[in-house]
Design a protein around this ligand. Structure first.
Ligand code: FES
Length: 115
């Protein structure tokens, strides 16, 4: 059964940047998108597997560091081809006190297509 996992403290991820964390067997990219607001998506780019957490984030989108595909950090959509089923799966994230918690479903959600 998937449970929320504390991955970082509020303030540990600089505003406008991402970091990656293992959660329930899946690498998750967590982005600090606004003061006190965070988003979580699958860290592995569905193109060739680069870490999306290391990409440039701006205006709700991360640009993959390898070949510049862009993904929404709100819902994981591939912004360059929004009709494609390819995505970086989004995950539930919440703040409790000073902890940032992420939930990844058992078996991990697919990074290759939205469910
Ligand atoms: S690995 Fe991400 S765009 Fe190629």
């Amino acid at each position: 059964m998937s449970e929320p996992v504390a991955i970082a403290k509020v303030g540990e991820i600089p505003l406008g940047e991402g970091r990656s964390y293992p959660v329930n067997g899946t690498m998750v990219a967590v982005f600090h998108v606004a003061e006190g607001e965070y988003r979580a998506i699958n860290d592995f780019c569905p193109h060739m597997g680069a870490s999306l957490a290391t990409g440039h984030w701006e205006d709700g989108a991360v640009t993959c560091p390898w070949h510049a595909w862009r993904f929404s950090t709100d819902d994981g959509k591939w912004l360059d081809n929004p009709d494609s089923p390819l995505c970086a799966a989004p995950y539930e994230l919440k703040i409790e006190g000073q902890d940032i918690l992420v939930t990844v479903p058992d078996g991990g959600a697919s990074t290759w297509g939205r469910e």
